[in-house]
Write a protein that binds this ligand. Structure first.
Ligand code: SF4
Length: 235
């Protein structure tokens, strides 16, 4: 496995260099989302650890950026990126290597931690997961560690939205199991006013993914926002 990969065409950001601060197989996360592209196994943790050597990550990133121009750097992990306790050092090092915006894709569950709060402004773009509107559905869809409470998490997510200096975006993964949540998620977005709503569906899942047409119907509900779906840009 490599911590730095690409460049690849990200449906969120264009041509992006990927950085994985976890780099573990099976994944290391504090959720077990029903649709996770990394599979249902994995190690569930809540404490931050140093999973990769930040100097090696930055050397790999330097090499890649010498050879390729990218529109953005996308930090997303084989698990929740903020579980990496050297994430801020990685972001700071990346900042010295490129002028491209640095984005983190996170489940937002660790925004209650002061150390994580202070690290959010290391990123030009924060993309945060929002798949449900109450704790019961949260348990069914995202299957979090039992220390994560939906209402408390949403409270800290809203504080993060208000204090973050860069672009704050929301990613909604629509699956058959949370389709009934979409109107309530739109209501939550009206409070958050995200700069972009990314609408995803797990393309490799056979049981829960939505068709292009179904996701287009979901997108209509979010018409008050700038929306990009996982099918945008596909032939
Ligand atoms: S938060 Fe992301 S990595 Fe973790 S289980 Fe959910 S989809 Fe997988």
């Amino acid at each position: 496995m490599k911590s730095v990969y690409g460049p690849l065409r990200s449906w969120r950001l264009g041509v992006a260099m990927g950085v994985d601060p976890i780099c573990r197989q099976p994944k290391v996360c504090n959720y077990k989302c029903v649709y996770c592209r990394l599979g249902h196994g994995g190690i569930m943790v809540t404490e931050r650890c140093r999973f990769v050597d930040e100097r090696s990550v930055l050397e790999e990133a330097r090499d890649l950026l010498k050879q390729h121009r990218v529109d953005a750097v996308e930090v997303r992990g084989t698990g929740e990126p903020f579980l990496a306790k050297n994430l801020a050092e990685i972001a700071k090092g990346l900042r010295e290597l490129t002028d491209a915006p640095i984005c983190v894709v996170t489940n937002g569950s660790m925004f209650c931690r002061p150390d994580v709060q202070s690290e959010l402004d290391s990123f030009d773009i924060v993309v945060v997961k929002l798949d449900c509107s109450d704790h019961q559905t949260f348990l069914a869809i995202n299957r979090p560690h039992n220390s994560v409470n939906y209402d408390r998490m949403m409270d800290f997510m809203l504080r993060a939205r208000r204090s973050h200096k860069g672009s704050f975006r929301v990613q909604v993964t629509a699956v058959r199991q949370n389709l009934g949540e979409m109107e309530r998620i739109v209501n939550i977005c009206e409070t958050f006013r995200p700069d972009v709503v990314y609408l995803n569906t797990p393309l490799r899942s056979t049981s829960s993914e939505l068709s292009r047409r179904d996701l287009a119907e979901v997108a209509k509900l979010f018409s008050a926002f700038k929306v990009r779906t996982v099918f945008d840009g596909e032939p």
